[in-house]
Design a protein around this ligand. Structure first.
Ligand code: ADE
Length: 229
Protein backbone atom coordinates (compact mmCIF):
# COMPACT_ATOMS: atom_id res chain seq x y z
CA UNK A 1 0.00 0.00 0.00
CA UNK A 2 1.13 3.53 -0.75
CA UNK A 3 0.04 6.32 1.61
CA UNK A 4 0.53 9.97 0.66
CA UNK A 5 0.00 12.48 3.44
CA UNK A 6 -0.65 16.12 2.47
CA UNK A 7 -0.14 18.42 5.42
CA UNK A 8 1.22 21.80 6.51
CA UNK A 9 3.11 20.06 9.33
CA UNK A 10 4.93 16.98 7.97
CA UNK A 11 7.28 16.93 10.99
CA UNK A 12 4.35 15.99 13.21
CA UNK A 13 4.30 12.56 11.53
CA UNK A 14 7.96 11.62 11.92
CA UNK A 15 7.73 10.08 15.39
CA UNK A 16 4.46 8.27 14.77
CA UNK A 17 5.60 6.74 11.47
CA UNK A 18 9.09 6.05 12.80
CA UNK A 19 8.14 3.92 15.81
CA UNK A 20 6.61 0.56 16.60
CA UNK A 21 4.22 -1.09 14.13
CA UNK A 22 4.19 1.83 11.64
CA UNK A 23 7.98 1.68 11.46
CA UNK A 24 7.91 -2.10 10.89
CA UNK A 25 5.23 -1.71 8.16
CA UNK A 26 7.54 0.75 6.39
CA UNK A 27 10.67 -1.35 6.87
CA UNK A 28 8.95 -4.49 5.59
CA UNK A 29 7.84 -2.42 2.57
CA UNK A 30 4.24 -3.38 3.20
CA UNK A 31 3.36 0.30 3.37
CA UNK A 32 5.19 3.13 1.65
CA UNK A 33 4.62 6.43 3.50
CA UNK A 34 5.15 9.71 1.62
CA UNK A 35 4.90 13.10 3.33
CA UNK A 36 4.16 16.23 1.29
CA UNK A 37 4.07 19.81 2.55
CA UNK A 38 1.05 21.63 1.06
CA UNK A 39 2.98 24.90 1.41
CA UNK A 40 5.41 23.67 -1.29
CA UNK A 41 2.52 23.78 -3.76
CA UNK A 42 1.55 27.41 -3.19
CA UNK A 43 2.12 29.68 -6.20
CA UNK A 44 2.15 32.70 -3.94
CA UNK A 45 5.55 34.35 -3.42
CA UNK A 46 5.06 34.24 0.36
CA UNK A 47 4.01 30.56 0.13
CA UNK A 48 0.70 31.59 1.65
CA UNK A 49 -1.82 28.80 2.21
CA UNK A 50 -4.65 30.55 4.07
CA UNK A 51 -6.74 33.71 3.84
CA UNK A 52 -9.63 35.57 5.52
CA UNK A 53 -13.11 34.12 4.98
CA UNK A 54 -15.41 35.85 2.48
CA UNK A 55 -18.34 37.36 4.37
CA UNK A 56 -16.18 38.01 7.44
CA UNK A 57 -15.85 36.04 10.62
CA UNK A 58 -13.12 34.73 12.86
CA UNK A 59 -10.09 32.73 11.82
CA UNK A 60 -8.45 31.86 8.56
CA UNK A 61 -9.52 29.49 5.80
CA UNK A 62 -7.25 27.18 3.80
CA UNK A 63 -7.01 28.36 0.19
CA UNK A 64 -8.04 26.00 -2.61
CA UNK A 65 -5.06 26.47 -5.02
CA UNK A 66 -2.26 24.94 -2.92
CA UNK A 67 -4.42 21.95 -2.01
CA UNK A 68 -5.58 21.32 -5.61
CA UNK A 69 -1.99 21.74 -6.85
CA UNK A 70 -0.69 19.32 -4.20
CA UNK A 71 -3.36 16.70 -4.88
CA UNK A 72 -2.78 16.79 -8.65
CA UNK A 73 1.03 16.75 -8.47
CA UNK A 74 1.14 13.97 -5.88
CA UNK A 75 -1.47 11.89 -7.72
CA UNK A 76 0.74 12.01 -10.83
CA UNK A 77 3.68 10.52 -8.90
CA UNK A 78 2.23 7.01 -9.23
CA UNK A 79 0.14 5.15 -11.80
CA UNK A 80 -2.10 3.70 -9.10
CA UNK A 81 -5.18 5.85 -8.52
CA UNK A 82 -5.56 6.94 -4.90
CA UNK A 83 -8.56 6.92 -2.60
CA UNK A 84 -8.59 10.45 -1.22
CA UNK A 85 -9.48 11.14 2.38
CA UNK A 86 -10.17 14.55 3.87
CA UNK A 87 -10.07 14.79 7.65
CA UNK A 88 -12.88 16.96 8.95
CA UNK A 89 -15.26 16.92 11.93
CA UNK A 90 -18.07 16.98 9.32
CA UNK A 91 -17.16 13.58 7.85
CA UNK A 92 -18.48 10.08 8.57
CA UNK A 93 -17.18 8.86 11.93
CA UNK A 94 -14.27 6.45 11.70
CA UNK A 95 -15.05 2.91 12.81
CA UNK A 96 -13.53 -0.56 12.37
CA UNK A 97 -15.54 -1.19 9.20
CA UNK A 98 -14.16 1.94 7.52
CA UNK A 99 -10.61 1.05 8.63
CA UNK A 100 -11.08 -2.43 7.21
CA UNK A 101 -12.36 -1.07 3.91
CA UNK A 102 -9.46 1.41 3.60
CA UNK A 103 -6.90 -1.30 4.43
CA UNK A 104 -7.82 -3.05 1.17
CA UNK A 105 -6.96 -0.05 -1.04
CA UNK A 106 -3.70 0.02 -2.96
CA UNK A 107 -3.18 3.74 -2.42
CA UNK A 108 -4.50 6.35 0.02
CA UNK A 109 -4.04 10.09 -0.17
CA UNK A 110 -4.75 11.73 3.16
CA UNK A 111 -5.40 15.47 3.19
CA UNK A 112 -5.08 17.32 6.49
CA UNK A 113 -6.84 20.64 6.92
CA UNK A 114 -5.77 23.31 9.35
CA UNK A 115 -6.89 26.76 10.52
CA UNK A 116 -10.63 27.35 10.94
CA UNK A 117 -11.54 25.20 7.98
CA UNK A 118 -11.00 24.87 4.27
CA UNK A 119 -12.48 26.51 1.25
CA UNK A 120 -15.64 24.57 0.37
CA UNK A 121 -14.34 24.00 -3.19
CA UNK A 122 -11.73 21.57 -1.78
CA UNK A 123 -14.64 19.40 -0.62
CA UNK A 124 -16.73 19.74 -3.72
CA UNK A 125 -14.01 19.87 -6.40
CA UNK A 126 -11.87 16.92 -5.30
CA UNK A 127 -13.34 13.43 -5.06
CA UNK A 128 -12.73 12.90 -1.33
CA UNK A 129 -14.12 10.65 1.35
CA UNK A 130 -14.61 12.88 4.39
CA UNK A 131 -13.73 11.25 7.69
CA UNK A 132 -14.06 12.47 11.28
CA UNK A 133 -12.53 10.76 14.30
CA UNK A 134 -15.32 11.85 16.63
CA UNK A 135 -17.65 14.63 17.69
CA UNK A 136 -15.10 17.11 18.95
CA UNK A 137 -13.00 19.72 17.20
CA UNK A 138 -9.21 19.53 17.03
CA UNK A 139 -6.86 22.23 15.78
CA UNK A 140 -6.09 20.34 12.59
CA UNK A 141 -6.39 17.14 10.63
CA UNK A 142 -2.91 15.82 11.48
CA UNK A 143 -3.79 13.90 14.66
CA UNK A 144 -6.98 12.50 13.04
CA UNK A 145 -4.84 11.45 10.04
CA UNK A 146 -2.49 9.57 12.37
CA UNK A 147 -5.49 7.84 13.95
CA UNK A 148 -6.81 6.78 10.53
CA UNK A 149 -3.37 5.60 9.40
CA UNK A 150 -2.77 3.59 12.58
CA UNK A 151 -6.18 1.90 12.40
CA UNK A 152 -5.67 1.05 8.71
CA UNK A 153 -2.00 0.03 8.58
CA UNK A 154 -2.30 -2.57 11.34
CA UNK A 155 -4.91 -4.33 9.16
CA UNK A 156 -2.68 -4.54 6.09
CA UNK A 157 -1.83 -8.24 5.69
CA UNK A 158 1.60 -9.06 7.12
CA UNK A 159 1.91 -5.95 9.32
CA UNK A 160 0.90 -7.69 12.55
CA UNK A 161 2.50 -11.06 13.19
CA UNK A 162 -0.39 -13.49 13.68
CA UNK A 163 -3.66 -12.51 12.06
CA UNK A 164 -5.62 -14.47 14.69
CA UNK A 165 -5.04 -11.58 17.12
CA UNK A 166 -7.14 -9.43 14.76
CA UNK A 167 -10.03 -11.86 15.02
CA UNK A 168 -10.46 -11.54 18.79
CA UNK A 169 -10.11 -7.83 19.31
CA UNK A 170 -12.77 -5.29 20.12
CA UNK A 171 -15.25 -4.24 17.36
CA UNK A 172 -14.34 -7.13 15.05
CA UNK A 173 -17.51 -9.33 15.24
CA UNK A 174 -19.31 -6.31 16.75
CA UNK A 175 -18.38 -6.82 20.36
CA UNK A 176 -15.74 -5.74 22.83
CA UNK A 177 -12.82 -7.97 23.63
CA UNK A 178 -12.85 -10.36 26.62
CA UNK A 179 -10.60 -9.57 29.64
CA UNK A 180 -6.95 -10.55 29.21
CA UNK A 181 -4.41 -11.51 31.88
CA UNK A 182 -0.70 -12.31 31.98
CA UNK A 183 1.68 -13.42 34.72
CA UNK A 184 1.76 -13.32 37.72
CA UNK A 185 -1.27 -15.50 38.50
CA UNK A 186 -1.85 -13.39 41.62
CA UNK A 187 -1.01 -9.68 41.89
CA UNK A 188 -1.75 -7.68 45.07
CA UNK A 189 -4.39 -10.22 46.02
CA UNK A 190 -6.10 -10.08 42.59
CA UNK A 191 -6.23 -13.52 41.02
CA UNK A 192 -6.39 -14.56 37.38
CA UNK A 193 -9.67 -16.48 36.77
CA UNK A 194 -8.92 -20.17 37.35
CA UNK A 195 -10.37 -21.26 34.03
CA UNK A 196 -7.54 -19.46 32.18
CA UNK A 197 -4.85 -21.50 33.94
CA UNK A 198 -6.75 -24.80 33.56
CA UNK A 199 -5.38 -25.57 30.08
CA UNK A 200 -8.92 -26.55 29.01
CA UNK A 201 -9.13 -24.83 25.62
CA UNK A 202 -12.83 -25.39 24.85
CA UNK A 203 -13.85 -24.09 28.30
CA UNK A 204 -11.52 -21.11 27.88
CA UNK A 205 -13.14 -20.25 24.53
CA UNK A 206 -16.63 -20.51 26.10
CA UNK A 207 -15.57 -18.29 29.01
CA UNK A 208 -14.09 -15.70 26.65
CA UNK A 209 -17.21 -15.57 24.47
CA UNK A 210 -19.44 -15.18 27.54
CA UNK A 211 -17.22 -12.44 29.00
CA UNK A 212 -17.08 -10.59 25.67
CA UNK A 213 -20.87 -10.56 25.41
CA UNK A 214 -21.39 -9.54 29.06
CA UNK A 215 -18.86 -6.75 28.71
CA UNK A 216 -20.48 -5.48 25.51
CA UNK A 217 -23.95 -5.59 27.09
CA UNK A 218 -22.68 -3.58 30.07
CA UNK A 219 -20.55 -1.03 28.24
CA UNK A 220 -21.71 -0.78 24.63
CA UNK A 221 -25.19 -2.30 24.21
CA UNK A 222 -25.53 -0.27 20.99
CA UNK A 223 -23.02 -2.63 19.31
CA UNK A 224 -25.37 -5.59 19.84
CA UNK A 225 -28.43 -3.87 18.40
CA UNK A 226 -29.74 -5.20 15.11
CA UNK A 227 -28.96 -2.26 12.79
CA UNK A 228 -31.17 -3.69 10.01
CA UNK A 229 -34.34 -2.91 11.99
N1 ADE B 1 -10.19 18.19 12.21
C1 ADE B 1 -10.53 18.86 13.33
N2 ADE B 1 -11.25 18.08 14.15
C2 ADE B 1 -11.40 16.87 13.53
C3 ADE B 1 -12.05 15.65 13.85
N3 ADE B 1 -12.74 15.51 14.98
N4 ADE B 1 -11.97 14.65 12.97
C4 ADE B 1 -11.31 14.80 11.82
N5 ADE B 1 -10.68 15.92 11.45
C5 ADE B 1 -10.71 16.96 12.29
Amino acid sequence: MRIDILTLFPEMFHNVLGESIMKIAGEKELVNFNLHNIRDFSNDKHRCVDDKPYGGGAGMVMKPEPVFNAVEAVEAQDDVESTKILLTPQGETLNQEIADDLSKKARLMIICGHYEGFDERIRSGIDVREISIGDYVLTGGEIPAMVVIDSVVRLVPGVLGGDSSLQDESFVNKHLEYPQYTRPAEFRGMKVPEILTSGHHTKIEEWRTKEAITRTQERRPDLLEDKTK
